[in-house]
Design a protein around this ligand. Structure first.
Ligand SMILES: NC(=O)c1ccc[n+]([C@@H]2O[C@H](COP(=O)([O-])OP(=O)(O)OC[C@H]3O[C@@H](n4cnc5c(N)ncnc54)[C@H](OP(=O)(O)O)[C@@H]3O)[C@@H](O)[C@H]2O)c1
Length: 246
């Protein structure tokens, strides 16, 4: 990747977990980063970590399913920093449980963040990317919704799987809509990863939080996503990230 061109990354769900890890790693690689999530203090901490890497942070506190918030945040970001180089739809909610037993609010939350939220974020930033004729949209889906996945490990999680399959479909369909217009769309399907370790990538931290369960470290996932962003590499439409025991 060229390090001289101005680059801006947009990362949703960046108040912790993978979103924060990606935001900080992208800043390390020279991107200014626009981050969004609902928790002001945790998101502000991500913004500080981005700035500690010497890059600008654009912090948008709000709900990605709220068009008034998303459109105003995107306008501010594009006015101040130009079109995004990459937009990562990472915000997500996971509440395990069968459909019949699931709390309706939890079900609605999962479905709306993955569908309405992701579509709003793309819709808000796309005009600037189309005007520039380049950009990359990355959807963080889930191994549970990967092509050919029979079931989630906790295979009663119907609401989550439906939500993530809808997100994957957004990616597939956008790829058709955007064909020939310079914008890449990649669906990433990670299996379980160590989001609770908050940037501590050590094997010890991962083991302390997850025991011997096979999980990806945050670094493995962020590295895989960042490799996808290299415009000199062939386009990758779909990528499944599997975990080996650490
Ligand atoms: N961890 C895993 O094993 C795993 C495996 C496969 C896929 N994934 C997917 O990978 C992504 C990141 O996972 P993670 O484990 O890092 O998740 P996480 O720690 O639970 O973080 C989720 C992020 O999404 C944000 N968010 C949730 N609802 C939102 C809304 N309505 N508007 C704005 N932001 C919202 C949360 O922030 P606020 O609460 O502050 O809004 C938080 O920053 C998710 O999409 C998840 O489904 C995770």
């Amino acid at each position: 990747m060229s390090t001289t061109e101005h680059r801006l990354a947009v990362v949703t769900g960046a108040s912790g977990g993978l979103g924060r890890a990606l935001a900080v790693e992208l800043a390390r690689r020279g991107f200014d980063v626009a981050v969004a999530a609902r928790s002001p203090e945790r998101l502000a901490e991500t913004g500080r970590r981005v700035e500690a890497e010497g890059r600008r942070a654009f912090v948008g506190v709000g709900d990605v399913t709220d068009w008034a918030f998303v459109s105003a945040w995107a306008r501010t970001v594009v006015d101040q920093a130009g079109p995004p180089t990459v937009v990562v739809n990472n915000a997500g909610q996971f509440v395990t449980g069968s459909l019949v037993d699931q709390d309706p609010a939890a079900l609605a939350g999962m479905l709306s963040v993955a569908t309405v939220g992701a579509a709003f974020v793309v819709k808000a930033f796309l005009p600037a990317m189309l005007a520039k004729g380049s950009g990359h949209i990355v959807n963080v889906v889930s191994g549970a919704a990967a092509p050919g996945a029979a079931a989630h490990p906790r295979d009663t999680s119907t609401g989550y799987i439906v939500a993530k399959r809808a997100l994957a479909t957004l990616g597939h369909t956008l790829r058709l809509e955007l064909r020939g217009r310079g914008i890449r769309v990649t669906n990433v399907y990670p299996v379980a990863f160590a989001s609770a370790t908050d940037l501590d990538d050590s094997d010890e931290a991962v083991r302390a939080a997850y025991g011997d369960r096979p999980v990806l470290s945050l670094r493995q996932v962020t590295d895989a996503v960042i490799r996808l962003l290299d415009p000199d590499r062939p386009v990758v439409d779909e990528v499944v990230l599997s975990a080996e025991p650490l």
